[in-house]
Each structure stands twice: as C-alpha cells, then as structure tokens.
Design a protein around this ligand. Structure first.
Ligand code: FMN
Length: 424
C-alpha cells in the first residue's frame, strides 16, 4: 500500500472528508498503516523526492512531504508486522548515512525495514550539483552505493554484540570489520557505527526500467516497483527481469515484479468514472502537452483533437529523456494503440506515472488482478488508490478480503519480518 496520498491527488484533496490538514501529521498515515496491517499486506510504502514542484504547488501538494524514513520510524512503534518500505535516492546522499538510517529503521521496527532504491529524476540544485548526472552515471553510482550499503550492514553483525556483564565484554571487535571500499564514485572505510538487526535481510526494491535500470535491478533487487500501464508491458518486463536475474547467477524467482496499481474504486462503474473525472477536472492541459513534448519530442498543441497519433508521427527517441522508462512507455502506447490526441491526453502515461489503472468496482479490480496474475504478468502490486478516501478504504476493507477469498492473497502473516512476508 502506497502511503503517498495518491487518493488526494488532483482535486481529490478538496473533498470534505480528505483530512488534508493532517497531511504532515503521523496520525494520518498511521491509520492507513494499521488498516494495511489488519489486511496482512506485505508492506506500506513511501516514495520520495528531494525537491518541491513549485509549478504544481498552487493546486496541490506538489511533492511536499515528510521525510519517508522518519515517518516510517513513527509508524514502526505503533505496528508489529507490516513491512516499512522507505525510498532513498543513491544520487545525492552519502551511503554511510543511508545505511545507518535504514538499519535504524530496521532496529526500531524489529526487522521490518525495506529500501526502495531510486536514482531520482531531479533535485540536483539542492545538493550543489551543477546539473543532474546522466542516467548512466546515476546507475553506475547506484551500483557502487548499494554495494557499499550492503557491505556496511555486514561490517558490524549482531553476533559481535556480547553484552556480558560478568566479564565486562560488550562486543567482540574481531567480528567487526572495515569495508575499505574505493570505487569510481565512492570511498568509504567503515565499519558502520550501528550493528545490523537480526539475520533477515533488508528487502531491496528498485524502480526504473531502462536497460541500465533493469540490469541493476536484476543484479541486486528482491522486487521491482514497475510502471506497466498494460498487461503485455508487465509480461515483457517480468520475463526480461527474470532472464536478466538468471544471467547474474540468481534464481528467476528471487525477483518479484510489482506494478503500481492505480485504483479508482466506487460502488458502481459510473460513480468510479465520475470520481476519476472529478479528480482530474482541473488538470492543466498545457502541462499535458508539455509532458508529451518533453518525453517524445512531439508537439501536438495544434493538432485536431480527433486526429490519431501513430508510430510514424514519432520523432526518433530522445537522447536523454528525464525518465527513459516513462518516455519509452509513452512511445509504446502511441505505436500500439494509435490513440487520438484527446485519448492520449487522458492516458496514465500522460496524466500519471504510467501505472496500471482500474476505474470501476471492487469486482472489476479483482478480475483485472486475477487476469494479470494468471497471465504471468505480476508477482504482486503496489496499491495506489486514487480519487477519494472512500476509494482507499474500498481497497483495504473490501478488495483485499475478496482477494483472500479468491485464494489470491494470504489470510494471515506467517512471519514477523519484511523479508518473511515477501517470500510467503
Ligand atoms: C515506478 C517508478 C517509481 C519511481 N519512484 C521514484 C521515487 O519515488 N523517487 C525518485 O526520486 N525517483 C523515482 N523513480 C525514478 C527512477 O529511480 C529513475 O531515476 C528514473 O526512472 C530514471 O531511470 P530509467 O532511465 O531507468 O527510467 C521512479 C521510477 C519508476 C519507473
């Protein structure tokens, strides 16, 4: 379950029951985390960015958010089972700090921390960088960064702690080793100044599906947070990631594919469509055209709304799009579906994060999930509810129990760590 309040995006925050005033209050998120735990979900998840979208701030939060790791630490104390997936970019911060933050969350939650590894899309100006490093450079650093973080976690194992009052021996320093890492981007001596909690590994999740992103994920990730707006995109991605993982000597089942699933749910399809339309009622058209232009190089501003956009209209792929993943998905939908300009303006590739989308009833959502599961498109999904608080509650209070009834989801937890849930 995403804790990013996607159910308040667009105009949904203006609904009387949105509780938007609680946006920066831990109680707001705690309620959802507790409901998620009662539904036996694997984890709650906070995406993150390190910049403010000023152009969006007048009409909505524009990426204003609490620090995800701190927020999850406050949730850790009030929950016992649900995994806590934080997002930290490898592009801006030092790995020693990040290794310690995540391991602190792991202690505070007794083995429930997870790390969503992102390379970030923007924000360099907040860290003294002259420009955003290229995707290649970011992934190169991400590989080093992840290796260093894992080495730091190994550098001070819990077994080193002796805490023997009689002999006065607190720890066995011979079990604590420096990491002495010297790479192209990073130089870290170690060891970490915090032991590692227990033996269960901290699950690593990755987001970013360019060829470089896929290779990185296939090498290190236990799960991938994916943008797959259609079933075939998910099948292709899942097969490719499993093949790449095998190429790195891993078992293909060791990597799970979890697309974001945007759920606009209501009692009837008509109400759900209305919810979707209301949410996007003030969507900035100029911004949508700019998005298409920035991702594909195609300027559709003067095109008639009913004209179809086809693969032949597409300029060659841009050399350095902001997100290769999202640019490729937009090109893909144009080539596959030849949508009209009007249809394109409402596609998830343009108005959202290119996530899989169900606008309908709980039954519709179950059918879609069953279909994608049976087609081998997914190992799970990250629920991204949209439209209203009631849509969010339908996901947790009705959809998940119905998935259990259908034999598609667990009835109860069998372990207590995040790693336990991911493999159950
Ligand atoms: C599904 C998905 C979710 C992402 N979530 C975040 C995020 O929360 N924070 C962030 O800084 N970047 C996020 N990213 C950006 C990626 O980490 C990466 O920087 C970007 O996609 C460029 O990599 P690519 O060339 O592999 O697409 C996300 C990307 C995808 C596809």
């Amino acid at each position: 379950m995403s804790l990013a309040p996607t159910w308040l995006s667009g105009d949904a925050w203006r609904r009387p029951d949105s509780n938007i005033e609680g946006l920066f209050d831990s109680d707001f998120y705690l309620d959802i985390a507790k409901r998620s735990e009662a539904a036996h979900l694997d984890f709650v998840f906070c995406p993150d960015t390190l910049f403010l979208r000023m152009e969006a701030l007048e009409a909505g939060p524009g990426f204003s958010s609490l620090d995800p790791t701190m927020l999850l630490a406050s949730i850790a104390r009030e929950t016992t089972h649900v995994g806590l997936l934080t997002t930290i970019s490898t592009t801006f911060l030092p790995p020693y700090v990040v290794a310690r933050q995540i391991q602190s969350l792991n202690w505070l939650s007794k083995g429930r921390a997870g790390w969503n590894i992102v390379t970030a899309l923007a924000g360099h100006e907040n860290f003294g960088l002259p420009a955003m490093p290229s995707a290649e450079e970011r992934y190169e650093r991400a590989a080093e960064f992840t290796e260093v973080v894992k080495l730091l976690w190994e550098s001070y194992p819990q077994e080193a702690l002796k805490m023997d009052r009689a002999s006065g021996r607190f720890a066995d320093p011979s079990l604590v080793q420096p990491v002495d890492y010297a790479g192209k981007h990073l130089k870290v001596s170690g060891p970490l100044n915090l032991p590692t909690y227990g033996r269960a590994p901290v699950p690593l999740v990755q987001a970013g599906a360019s060829p470089a992103g896929r290779s990185f994920a296939a090498c290190v990730a236990d799960a991938v947070f994916a943008s797959t707006p259609d079933r075939e995109a998910a099948i292709d991605l899942r097969l490719d990631l499993r093949r790449r993982a095998k190429g790195y000597g891993r078992h293909p089942d060791s990597i799970d594919i979890m697309p974001g699933l945007s759920l606009f749910l209501a009692e009837s399809r008509a109400e759900a469509s209305e919810l979707f339309a209301q949410t996007h009622a003030r969507a900035d058209e100029a911004r949508k055209f700019a998005t298409i232009r920035e991702m594909t190089g195609l300027d559709l501003l003067d095109w008639p709304r009913e004209r179809a956009v086809t693969a032949a209209d597409l300029p060659p792929p841009l050399d350095k799009p902001r997100s290769r993943t999202h640019a490729d998905l937009l090109r893909r939908v144009i080539a596959r579906e030849t949508p009209t300009v009007e249809q394109l303006l409402w596609r998830p590739e343009v108005i959202g994060s290119a996530h899989w989308q169900v606008i309908g009833t709980v039954d519709d959502a179950i059918e879609a999930i069953r279909d994608w599961t049976e087609a081998g498109a997914i190992d799970g999904f990250i629920a991204v509810p949209g439209g209203s608080v009631s849509s969010l509650h339908l996901v947790l209070d009705e959809l998940v129990p119905r998935l259990v009834e259908a034999g598609l989801f667990r009835e109860s937890y069998s372990g207590t760590t995040f790693a336990d849930h991911l493999r159950q």
